[in-house]
Design a protein around this ligand. Structure first.
Ligand code: XIL
Length: 532
């Protein structure tokens, strides 16, 4: 009896400790460090001519939290993807019948709220109904074509982007190549081309994309996708873009590769969509780091003219497909996390695409970058509006010479006021890019911006200049969570520490909550307190 009581007491004590630790962790990652700008994401995205969106939960209108959910998504997003509504098992449950109810509801909701619709997916290896899995192989092609005709033409002119083929590639650990699925078994590799051709015929106005995961930066699977897409484009298959899912972790740092990877698809004339963005964490103390990843990925996307949209996969951690990793910008109770503010800050940045210059002198433009001739050069960017109060700039460049080059940025004329003088150290090769931040002189109003390559710079490329509303120079770089080196995506956990205890208690809490479906304690200031 005594033993039972003491175990119970210990349990309560642990719970209390855990709650206190969580409070501490979360409080330090809270609103003070990430002051809201007061602007909703979709307002900022509209201003930046960008699409920011989410995957809409199946049957979202009949959930207990429907009202709050609708309030949030209407306010925050201008593009939406059905998370599950048009997967075969839901939309085409029987061979002879389709069920469009849930998708129709979403289409209506999107139209009422002026959101772009992104359809997902037409073909996938997963979430297929039993009838198609057991259909004789020789009948699968006809069923696939009928499905594409029926679904795409029903929403023709309404769904603007379609993930036509999703995850056709095998994980590289399994050898790369095409992933085994019912489509491959029935038609061989030609199913990919057949699906694109049919989707184009069913709605010639929709953008058709190939979508996959672990392909956004330079990975073996990313190479397989690049080769697949190159082959499709070379063969004249109607493909308009690529989707990078980007289910990544808070330790992600392959940003330069991400930018270079987007560029090589842009060079093929393709659009890029970040289709299923979320960032896994192992405990709440990683939320600030998660916010940095949200911010940086969106900044990179904004800086690439062909990156059209970024959609997060869900909105809140509780309803995420990976709820144990708190990967989204809203917590279990739809409160804002640091990731939300990261998104806000990113959307406030303004990209100056140097290839869109006028008055160039001694420069050439190639693959979205500007290259000054060896003697130096300059270019002019017309009528840049500085009103949002920019504090710093980020310059992305490659410098294959042995010396540090310098780039001056001046206002109004070649010898006008200096906005910034940026040192750009060597990067070892002409294709190895780096990004450097520099504080800028306080400026407002509208100005022509001159980018001047002073020194002789052989082998120099400038990709873009990004104006930031925050000071991003090193002393001000966002805080990286110092007690979490052991929380890399490999999932290693170090010795027993306060952090480790917090992690365990956090998991336990999530487990209990998932099991019971209860909404328990609220831990950070609520969405509804966010200034409207
Ligand atoms: C996931 C959904 O989020 C879950 O609700 C569902 O149970 C399984 O599928 N890649 C994709 C998405 O292309 O369709 C997946 O969505 C997540 C991984």
């Amino acid at each position: 009896m005594n033993k039972v009581v003491s175990v119970r007491n210990l349990n309560i004590l642990l719970k209390l400790c855990g709650t206190a630790i969580l409070w501490l962790h979360v409080a330090t990652a809270g609103a003070q460090e990430y002051p809201p700008t007061g602007e909703r994401l979709r307002v900022l995205a509209d201003n930046a001519d960008f699409q920011i969106g989410y995957a809409s939960r199946y049957n979202f209108r009949v959930q207990t939290y429907a009202e709050l959910y609708e309030q949030i998504v209407k306010a925050e997003f201008n593009i939406v993807t059905p998370e599950n509504s048009v997967k075969w098992e839901n939309v085409h449950p029987l061979q002879t019948s389709y069920d469009f109810d849930d998708m129709d509801t979403l289409v209506q909701f999107a139209e009422e709220n002026n959101m772009v619709l992104h359809g997902h997916p037409l073909l996938w290896y997963n979430q297929n109904p039993d009838w198609i899995i057991s259909l004789p192989e020789e009948q699968v092609e006809a069923a696939m074509l009928d499905h594409i005709d029926t679904v795409v033409s029903r929403y023709a002119g309404k769904i603007k982007v379609w993930d036509v083929v999703n995850e056709a590639l095998e994980d590289t650990s399994l050898g790369g190549g095409y992933r085994d699925n019912i489509w491959l078994q029935a038609m061989g590799e030609s199913y990919v081309e057949k699906a694109f051709v049919r989707a184009r015929a069913a709605d010639p106005t929709a953008s058709l994309i190939y979508n996959d995961y672990d392909v956004g930066w330079f990975t073996p699977k990313g190479e397989a996708m690049y080769n697949l897409v190159t082959d499709l484009v070379d063969a004249g298959v109607p493909l308009d873009g690529v989707g990078f899912q980007m289910h990544i972790g808070a330790t992600f740092e392959e940003y330069e590769e991400f930018s270079s990877n987007m560029q090589r698809y842009a060079d093929m004339g393709l659009d890029i969509y970040i289709t299923e963005f979320d960032v896994k964490t192992l405990r709440p103390s990683e939320y600030p780091l998660q916010g940095v990843v949200y911010e940086e990925v969106i900044r990179r996307c904004l800086a690439q003219p062909r990156c059209k949209a970024l959609q997060i996969w869900g909105i809140d951690d509780f309803n995420s497909w990976q709820p144990f990793f708190d990967p989204l910008p809203f917590d279990d109770d739809f409160n804002i996390k640091p990731a939300y503010y990261g998104m806000q800050r990113a959307l406030l940045a303004k990209a100056l695409h140097v290839e869109n210059h006028s008055s160039p002198e001694n420069i050439i433009v190639e693959s979205g970058v500007v290259k000054p001739l060896a003697s130096g050069g300059s270019l002019k960017l017309d009528q840049v509006n500085f009103e949002p109060g920019y504090q710093s700039l980020t310059l992305r460049y490659a410098n294959s010479s042995r010396q540090t080059a310098s780039v001056d940025i001046r206002l109004d004329s070649l010898d006008g006021p200096l906005l910034a003088s940026v040192a750009t150290p060597a990067t070892a090769s002409a294709t190895l890019f780096s990004s450097v931040d520099s504080v800028i002189a306080t400026t407002d109003g509208v100005h022509d911006v001159y980018v001047i390559f002073n020194t002789p710079v052989e082998g120099f490329s400038l990709d873009y200049v990004l104006l930031n509303t925050e000071n991003r120079t090193p002393s001000e770089t966002p805080i990286v969570d110092e007690d979490s080196p052991a929380t890399s995506s490999s999932g290693m956990i170090g010795p027993i520490t306060v952090g480790w205890l917090a992690t365990m208690l956090w998991y336990r809490r999530r487990f209990l909550r998932l099991g019971s479906g209860q909404w328990s304690f609220r831990i950070i200031p609520g969405y509804q307190k966010f200034p409207v």
